[in-house]
Design a protein around this ligand. Structure first.
Ligand code: CO
Length: 188
């Protein structure tokens, strides 16, 4: 029996009866989509690829800060959370600092050179919660799926994000006032 962490829900089987599981929904496939219900059949090929596309976890919560050095000091010295690193994301004119905590991270974001979307946010609101980011295995498929449901994205295609990710943002007007980022991490 494979470790539980290697198994994910078979997305295909939710929509279509799974022949390897007596036609019931909720069959299982491994992350490569090669098995379903313990048999090598249903999820192989195209369906295996489709099974990879899904939102997996809360990747990070981003907070826009007017003074990144003061905000880092607050997290490190007052809250006692370890700073894991800093990274500039030139495509978003943003500099970032990361604080991993229990399977996700807090990401402080600050405008580079006083410009870009984070500067706009600071000008309007003076800082605060900026966006939630969910990790996806297949950003194009998730974008397409959500666009078909009427969600509006801030870009037509994924853009480079921090940590070698490719990211896309759902417009807050499509998502109850919350800016939502989808991020696909580089495959090993
Ligand atoms: Co983000």
């Amino acid at each position: 029996m494979a470790p539980v962490s290697l198994w994910v829900r078979c997305r295909v089987a939710i929509k279509e009866p799974c022949p390897a599981n007596n036609g019931s929904s909720g069959a299982w496939t491994n992350i490569r989509g090669l098995r379903c219900g313990g048999l090598l059949s249903h999820a192989e090929g195209i369906q295996g690829v489709r099974a990879l596309s899904m939102i997996r976890r809360l990747d990070h919560i981003a907070i826009a800060v007017p003074d990144i050095e003061a905000a880092i000091a607050r997290f490190v010295e007052d809250l006692g959370i370890e700073l894991a690193g800093r990274e500039d994301v030139p495509t978003e004119s943003t500099t970032t600092a990361f604080f991993p905590i229990e399977g996700t991270q807090i990401e402080l974001i600050h405008p580079m050179e006083g410009a870009g979307p984070v500067q706009g946010f600071l000008d309007k609101r003076g800082g605060g919660l900026h966006h939630l980011c969910f990790e996806t295995d297949d950003i194009e498929t998730d974008m397409k799926r959500l666009q078909e449901k009427g969600y509006r994205f801030l870009s037509e295609a994924p853009k480079p994000g921090a940590h070698g990710t490719r990211v896309a943002f759902i417009h807050p007007k499509s998502a109850g006032g919350v800016l939502i980022e989808l991020a696909e991490h580089p495959k090993e």
